[in-house]
Design a protein around this ligand. Structure first.
Ligand SMILES: NC(=O)c1ccc[n+]([C@@H]2O[C@H](COP(=O)([O-])OP(=O)(O)OC[C@H]3O[C@@H](n4cnc5c(N)ncnc54)[C@H](O)[C@@H]3O)[C@@H](O)[C@H]2O)c1
Length: 355
């Protein structure tokens, strides 16, 4: 494996300049030791507007053009899900460090090709499982690892959105960023791939790996003929899983885009032999609740404030500058992808699937 060259100022290019790319650009601007130097999008109009807004000097229409220019060290890949694998591998082969949006790929086999390419290149690789940025999940992971709530018995996790029955994030019928998420031909694995990936990571980061899964997916009718223009609306918009963890605990994990009243809510409760911990993002992402010790017998809870944690962008840049790979890396992205593949197989066959 090639040794990492330490870099004083990391020159970053952003590939894909739609909605989420704005978060990448804003976060990078807050980090010392990195500079946004280029942006890429197939839409000339979008990439120019984005670059003007974020003060980025160089614009390109393809990854090929970016690589031919070559005056950068790292990329953020923020294109629709179906492009992640090919674009990551292309950049890794050129020796560039890669922060790739979630889901890492459309299936575990492609995700593993990305893991292999990253290992071969010997560069920093990370997947943007962005809720790792919340102090509450880092603290809960540490509490579970400390043994404070004992052996895990039960896990309850959900990720609820409401952009299909509502206009909470605009009208999905007229917005390409929502329409591609509803169409398998446009490279979407539905709500499972879009945000199921987050809640599986959110649950398994503290509770450990999933051993088997029984999953049900559903795409509900939502437009005439179930299509809008070129978009066939066939990707799942509700996903329900019954899981068994490697440590023997049982759990339910579910996600939907139909949960009116919840724009973007993550909930996690982990119960063990000595107590329970809970995160509800609508209450706080900087604190969690715990019922343990003397509180357990009274069914009482305490709210615990958490110390700040670095976001994934800061972890990525620090990893490049120090040469020390941080989490969540591509291997972790592939691990989560394996669970998603098992849910799809379980739904198709109607039986539980070993992960
Ligand atoms: N981590 C998170 O919490 C989070 C949140 C939102 C989105 N995302 C992820 O970010 C990615 C982008 O989502 P979005 O909401 O910004 O979508 P979007 O549709 O708003 O933006 C995608 C952009 O990519 C461009 N594009 C399409 N094909 C391209 C190609 N081959 N080369 C270069 N550019 C191309 C499009 O023109 C568009 O500007 C998705 O993978 C999504 O899952 C992650």
């Amino acid at each position: 494996m090639p040794s990492l060259k330490k870099i004083a100022v990391v020159r970053v290019a952003i590939i894909g300049t739609g909605g989420m790319a704005n978060s990448h650009a804003k976060r990078y601007k807050d980090i010392k030791g990195c500079k946004l130097v280029a942006a890429v999008d197939v839409s000339r109009e979008r990439v120019e507007k984005f670059s003007a807004e974020h003060g980025i000097a160089n614009v390109f229409n393809s990854v090929d053009e970016l690589l031919a220019w070559n005056e950068f060290d790292a990329v953020s890949i923020v294109t629709p899900d179906g492009f992640h694998a090919a674009q990551s591998i292309q950049c890794l082969k050129a020796g560039k460090h890669v922060l790739c949006e979630k889901p890492l790929a459309l299936n575990h086999a492609d995700a593993m090709k990305m893991v292999v390419a990253a290992k071969k290149a010997g560069v920093i690789n990370m997947v943007n499982l962005s809720y790792r940025d919340w102090p509450a999940i880092q603290a809960v992971q540490a509490v579970i690892a400390s043994g404070k709530i004992g052996d895990i018995r039960h896990v309850e996790a959900s990720y609820l959105q409401s952009w299909i029955p509502s206009k909470v994030w605009g009208d999905w019928r007229t917005t390409s960023a929502w329409l591609w998420r509803l169409s398998t031909k446009h490279g979407s694995r539905g709500v499972l791939g879009d945000v199921g990936v987050h809640i599986v990571d959110f649950a398994t980061f503290p509770a450990g790996p999933i051993k088997s899964v029984y999953g049900k997916l559903k795409a509900f009718d939502k437009a005439k003929g179930n299509r809008v223009g070129e978009y066939v609306l066939d990707a799942n918009d509700s996903a329900v899983m019954t899981v068994e963890f490697a440590n023997g605990a049982l759990g339910t994990i579910h996600t939907t885009r139909w949960s009116g009243g919840h724009a973007n809510r993550l909930f996690l409760k982990i119960s063990g032999t000595k107590g329970s911990v809970e995160i509800d993002s609508e209450r706080s992402t900087n604190s969690y609740k715990i019922s343990a010790g003397a509180d357990l017998d009274k069914a009482q809870w305490k709210e615990v404030a958490c110390k700040p944690t670095p976001n994934n962008y800061a972890r990525f840049i620090k990893s490049i500058r120090t040469g020390k790979q941080d989490q969540p890396d591509f291997s972790r992205g592939a691990e989560v992808q394996k669970v998603l593949d098992a849910v799809i197989a379980s739904d198709a066959k109607g039986v539980p699937i070993k992960v």
